[in-house]
Design a protein around this ligand. Structure first.
Ligand SMILES: NC(=O)c1ccc[n+]([C@@H]2O[C@H](COP(=O)([O-])OP(=O)(O)OC[C@H]3O[C@@H](n4cnc5c(N)ncnc54)[C@H](OP(=O)(O)O)[C@@H]3O)[C@@H](O)[C@H]2O)c1
Length: 331
């Protein structure tokens, strides 16, 4: 579905964007793949690695709707990955996070409608479900904007959906690169904020594949959530340092002990499929009459029980230490 198409990815120089680019170029022949981000050095370095004739590097900020419109000329599909995503940074600089994550989301929507884009998928995070930190709250607001955008196009413009997932193994600034560096520098025991902490765990490649698949599944208005395993923080410590001994440094501002992807308050909207969940929109788009229980690929989902939540602490699938290390080879 991506052969001959023009695709734009905001935040294309980030962890997700680079893996997405690698995947698209190895599996498809897109007409154009536009990388949209601010920092020229990251674009320059990415250009050294990815210099396929389809590649286009656009310097631009998602806060700049006119630049987004220019970049989206002739574009078929948009992936919105640009974000400020570090919880403590967002707590300290709240308005900057709001401008990029909420204002930027609305700009992406407005530009996509203005430039007749066909499909848009925005990346979200488990921190957007029952948020307690500003980063999560801005991503929840962004999710709401993308879902509601389907109601503003009169049935003719782009369709918009959201993909929500958990911690990406090895992404920039995440715990695995930190643990590896500390172990290499001999700085053990490793720091953990709380010994009981759990997290959802997904590889970048699985995240990219899930996004690609959802371009085929989407009607617009869905929040897609993959079924993925959880990890216990002390299993991570053991995997990377060889011991369960840890230095407990205390919960950081805005940090949760466990994460949620499908909150129980949304259980009446939640459908389960074989390998993913869908949160249906709570508003009904008057111009589209889709039964989300059968997606555009014909896959059939069913309603979850009332009160169901998809929670990293009660997830039936936890990775063992050995599985964590096996997954690390794919990072
Ligand atoms: N990593 C995870 O564990 C994780 C988990 C769940 C969801 N997500 C979501 O997945 C998405 C991608 O995450 P990632 O790990 O790839 O992030 P990342 O590595 O930090 O990359 C962020 C990208 O966004 C760009 N960017 C930031 N502010 C921008 C702005 N104002 N205008 C244009 N571009 C901007 C950055 O480039 P410049 O700085 O050069 O502009 C960079 O290309 C985010 O939406 C994040 O919330 C990530």
């Amino acid at each position: 579905m991506f052969n001959g198409k023009s695709i734009l990815i905001t935040g294309g120089t980030g962890s997700f964007g680079r893996k997405y680019t690698e995947t698209i170029l190895s599996r498809y022949k897109p007409a154009r793949l536009v990388i949209y981000s601010r920092d020229e050095l990251k674009q320059y370095e990415m250009g050294q690695q990815f210099n396929d004739p389809a590649m286009r590097y656009f310097i631009g900020d998602v806060r700049d709707v006119e630049r987004l419109k220019r970049a989206m000329q002739g574009v078929d599909y948009v992936i919105h990955a640009a974000a400020l995503k570090h919880v403590p940074v967002a707590e300290y600089n709240p308005n900057e996070c709001i401008k990029t994550n909420i204002g930027g989301a609305q700009n992406v929507i407005d530009a996509a409608i203005a430039m007749d884009v066909q499909k848009v998928i925005a990346l979200s995070t488990d921190k957007a479900a029952n948020p307690i930190n500003l980063y999560g709250a801005t991503k929840l607001a962004s999710d709401k904007l993308f879902v509601a955008a389907n109601n503003t196009t009169g049935g003719r413009g782009p369709i918009f959906s959201v993909v929500r997932y958990g911690n990406v193994v090895g992404s920039r600034g995440s715990v695995v690169p930190l643990f590896k560096r500390l172990v290499a520098e001999g700085k053990t025991p490793l720091p953990v904020t709380h010994e009981g902490m759990t997290r959802f765990w997904i590889t970048l490649q699985s995240g990219v594949d899930f996004v690609l698949k959802n371009f085929e599944r989407m009607y617009g208005g869905e929040i897609f959530v993959p079924r993925i395993p959880s990890v216990r923080i002390l299993d991570l410590v053991e995997a990377y340092s060889g011991t369960r001994e840890a230095d407990v440094v205390g919960i950081r501002p805005g940090e949760k002990l466990h994460e949620i992807m499908c909150p129980s308050d949304d259980s009446h909207l939640t459908l389960e499929f074989d390998d993913h969940f869908v949160l249906r929109p709570s508003i009904r788009f008057y111009h589209r009459d889709h039964d989300y229980a059968v997606n555009a690929l014909g896959e059939v989902g069913r309603s979850v029980e009332a009160g169901f939540s998809y929670h990293s602490g009660s997830n039936p699938h936890f990775l063992t230490v050995r599985e964590i290390l096996a997954l690390d080879k794919h990072v």
